[in-house]
Design a protein around this ligand. Structure first.
Ligand code: PMP
Length: 426
């Protein structure tokens, strides 16, 4: 760990917390973060020559594992043609065409550079299109760090103790209403109280920033019906679930239609990309067609588009990847449950598609309140034990484990062996 420690010492002098995104600082587990030199397939390699089976997968986008040849070669080819033009390119057209083909209920796409930007822009569009100001989000869901959405947020905002950020004016967040995930009544009450004022309901179709909590039967369908009844738009934030649960994302997986869909990192295959998408009627409200302004110098960047296109084309050509991802994740979750039962560890494990999360609580986790009931001290001990055994997990409870197509049976067995040893320690 010497080299990582040395780099972390230097980093803390010039980067707040030594990092460029808070969760990476390993604060929740009180360790020195591993500085990563490279990654390949299911493995990441740190500056001290150690390697780990990686279940962070860059927080989701590495669906095909790290350094996938199809993606890397596409990037290498694109780099040779120049890095950025600030003008339209063929790759952007192909990317939008492919997304429209793969994702249900979308006719148009606007590319941006991150998930945060995608959601912030979709929200502006929802407000512009409806002429309403209020939005409903769910406690413990994370939608990036734009002002309106940093209210009762999940992920490292929650783990770091600031689910509602300082620096966001009260005047702005007065329009952000918070409901409870998997509780339709909490949404209905708000829609009725603020009748005719709610522009949209935004939801992570699978809540993956409070650990992983899936939608209860009827929850997403109920949101659809409530939005229709009250003239609000339904936004699926698919930054995590898009192209991961299924090639058509959560809309396909759960069979529920959203009005606007946001995507992030996964459509960049590891490059900084995001997008918001919807019907032609909605998307043509955006500049230069309509009055909702949104722009970006680097949006649709040719290198990022090349990476994203390669990843999405691979998925489209290999639809069998989803069954394989789900099989691995299911076996992982079942193995973790078995180990927990064997050692009387009191752990609930949630799994949906290739998303997995253990909670250090004996009872089932179906709500944010349940998720918050997890013993984060025990999570930290589990994290350390796994890291020592060569398994790299999210360094905080309120995140997901991401499985990639590069994870092998041998990786699964190694992981479960480590889980067994760690749970045995209590
Ligand atoms: N929405 C969701 C559901 C996310 O999980 C995240 C980040 N993990 C974001 C939005 C923000 O994306 P980014 O970090 O690329 O800004």
């Amino acid at each position: 760990m010497e080299r990582s420690q040395e780099l972390f010492d230097r980093a803390q002098k010039v980067l707040p917390g030594g990092v460029n995104s808070p969760v990476r600082a390993f604060r929740a587990v009180e360790l020195c973060p591993r500085f990563i030199e490279r990654a390949d397939g299911a493995y990441i390699y740190d500056a001290d020559g150690k390697h780990y089976i990686d279940y962070v997968c860059s927080w989701g986008p590495m669906l095909l594992g790290h350094n996938h040849p199809a993606v890397r070669e596409a990037v290498e080819r694109a780099v040779k043609d120049g890095l950025s033009f600030g003008a339209p390119t063929q790759r952007e057209v192909e990317m939008a065409e492919l997304m429209v083909e793969m994702v249900p209920n979308i006719e148009m796409v606007r590319m941006v550079n991150s998930g945060t930007e995608a959601v912030m822009s979709a929200l502006r569009l929802a407000r512009g299109a409806t002429g309403r100001d209020k939005l409903i989000k769910f406690e413990g869901c994370y939608h990036g760090h734009s002002d309106c959405l940093l209210v009762n947020a999940g992920s490292s905002a929650l783990a770091g103790g600031h689910p509602s950020s300082a620096g966001v004016p009260e005047d702005i967040v007065k329009h952000t209403l918070t409901a409870q995930y998997n509780d339709l009544a909490s949404v209905e009450v708000l829609l009725e109280e603020y009748h005719g004022q709610v522009a949209c309901v935004i939801v992570e179709p699978v809540a993956a920033n409070m650990g992983v909590v899936g939608p209860a039967p009827g929850f997403l369908e109920g949101l659809r019906a409530l939005c229709d009844k009250h003239g609000a738009l339904l936004i699926f934030d698919e930054v995590i679930t898009g192209f991961r649960l299924a090639s058509g994302g959560a809309q396909e997986y759960f069979g529920v239609r959203a009005d606007l869909v946001t995507f992030g990192k996964i459509i960049g295959g590891g490059m900084p990309v995001g997008a918001y998408c919807g019907s032609r009627a909605l998307m043509e409200q955006v500049a230069p067609c309509g009055p909702v302004y949104q722009a970006g110098t680097l949006s649709g960047n040719p290198v990022a588009m090349a990476a994203g296109l390669a990843q999405l084309r691979y998925i489209q050509a290999h639809p069998e990847v989803y069954a394989a991802l789900e099989k691995y994740a299911k076996e992982l979750a079942e193995g973790m449950r078995r180990a927990a039962a064997k050692h009387g560890a009191g752990v609930a494990v949630n799994q949906i598609g290739s998303l997995v999360a253990p909670f250090f609580t004996p009872s089932a986790v179906t709500t944010f309140l349940d998720a918050k009931g997890s013993d984060v001290g025990r999570y930290a001990r589990y994290f350390k034990g796994m890291l020592e055994r060569g398994v790299y997990l999210a360094p905080a409870q309120f995140e997901a484990m991401f499985v990639s197509t590069a994870h092998t049976r041998e990786d699964l067995e190694c992981t479960l062996e480590a889980v067994d040893e760690v749970f045995a320690e209590g």
